[in-house]
Design a protein around this ligand. Structure first.
Ligand code: SDX
Length: 385
């Protein structure tokens, strides 16, 4: 019998269409509903990009103010979510807090849906759920960091845009414009990336007609892994290990001898560089100047140039994002939760797309276990057949 054509990790397998974004490794480009992500990052607030990803179009002034109103109405840290987070040990990973918080939100927002056939909700319900979840996540991520520092949550501000409010919630003070702009760009760059592992997880869960929140909880679980979202946190662990630019060569000698994966480098789809990196690197450069940290730039450049020269493997978005978030003042443990707050837009856009044109996602497997065998002494009861 011919060997099955196994595509481990679904590498190179096209499983469906999507109109949400186009990742093109040949041109090293990324389009969100047709717009180059670089143009969006340079000109739009993340709220407008969220509207684009959810609906297919950039918002008019009225549509943006309507979306902003709903998002701002949901910025408060809700008591049920705070109580759930407070049950989690302070030395548990913050991604577990975020995952739990979304579970609690899901239970609250789908109360009364006891007929499982109604779990999936209508397209309009799911668009509204998406906007509310987008609005509620920053308070969760900010509280997670503040509680680890022994600080109380900060009241949300409805006079600030999404990015500025997120920084206000986290640090309790208004951030400088250059910081808000760099953070806004990072949220846009992290918002969406076609069928990455966490988004595909969300689509698999959605394909069973389960609810949006269950799909987001599953996606958070997938994003936590260091081969995926957890890499931005791991980049800072690597920077802390190396210390400064002059230690890069000996550190890399050891790491490569130990066959370690260098976090923040490589990509399943992009093979000659991640299209988002130049835009995020430019944002990092503004932060390096703003905080006067040329040492960060020196270490970043030294590791990138030496690893690319030695392995021909290029940085992905997590590489510039890690040091950028560190300069802004986010705890390293907060980095992947930040990724959740941004990617919830892409996840929910894909959830709604899957709902609109669904087929249960259930691939095949090739069996390579023991041949059929039977329990010793078992005699089938033929009378019942
Ligand atoms: C994200 O899919 C997405 O779009 C994800 C994402 C998104 O926006 O959703 O872009 C976000 O997850 C970016 C990736 C973040 N992960 C990391 O930075 C972790 C480090 N990267 C590697 O683990 C790896 O590059 C992957 C997992 C990202 C991609 O790996 P592939 O495509 O499965 O390729 P592979 O692991 O089979 O590597 C091929 C070869 C191997 O060498 P050999 O075993 O063949 O000798 O390249 C080597 C790998 O060892 N390699 C690396 C490496 N990446 C690949 N070696 C050292 N360090 C690395 N980072």
């Amino acid at each position: 019998m011919a060997e099955p054509d196994i595509k481990k990790g679904l590498a190179g397998v096209v499983v469906d269409y999507t109109a949400v974004s186009k990742v093109n490794p040949d041109t090293n480009s990324l389009l969100y509903r047709g717009y180059p992500v670089q143009e969006l990052a340079a000109t739009q607030p993340v709220e407008a990009v969220a509207h684009l990803l959810w609906t297919g179009e950039l918002p008019s002034e009225d549509q943006l103010s309507t979306l902003r109103r709903t998002e701002r109405e949901n910025r408060a840290l809700q008591p049920d979510v705070k109580a759930a987070i407070d049950l989690i040990p302070l030395d548990a990973h913050p991604m577990d807090e975020v995952r739990t918080a979304v579970s609690v939100i899901g239970a609250r927002e789908t109360r009364g849906t006891l007929n499982v056939m109604d779990a999936v909700g209508t397209p309009q319900e799911n668009l509204e759920r998406s906007i509310r979840l987008f609005g509620e996540l920053p308070a969760i991520v900010a509280y997670s960091q503040r509680r680890r520092r022994g600080l109380e949550p900060v009241e949300a501000r409805d006079d600030l845009d999404y990015a500025a409010n997120f920084l206000w919630l986290t640090f309790g003070e208004e951030a400088d414009e250059v910081v808000v702009d760099a953070f806004n760009r990072s949220m846009i760059l992290y918002a969406e990336h076609s069928f990455n592992a966490s988004t595909f997880t969300a689509r698999v869960i959605t394909s069973t007609l389960s609810d949006l929140y269950s799909a987001v909880v599953g996606a958070i679980g997938a994003l936590k892994g260091p081969l995926h979202g957890g890499a931005n946190e791991a980049v800072l662990h690597i920077f802390d290990e190396i210390g400064s630019a002059e230690n890069v060569t000996p550190w890399l000698d050891t790491a490569l001898a130990e066959k370690r994966k260098i976090m923040g480098f490589g990509h399943r789809v992009y093979k000659r560089g991640d299209s988002r990196v130049p835009t995020m690197k430019a944002a990092l450069d503004t932060l390096v100047a703003h905080y006067d940290r040329p040492d960060v730039a020196a270490l970043y450049d030294a590791l990138e140039s030496e690893f690319v020269a030695r392995k021909g493997i290029y940085p992905n978005l997590d590489y510039p994002s890690g040091p950028a978030y560190n300069l802004i003042g986010f705890d390293t443990l907060t980095f992947t939760p930040l990724f959740v707050a941004a990617r919830v837009v892409g996840w929910t856009a894909h959830i709604m797309e899957q709902q609109a044109s669904n087929a249960l996602i259930r691939p095949l497997s090739a069996y390579n276990g023991p041949d059929e065998r039977h329990i010793e002494g078992y005699v089938p009861d033929t009378s019942a057949i």
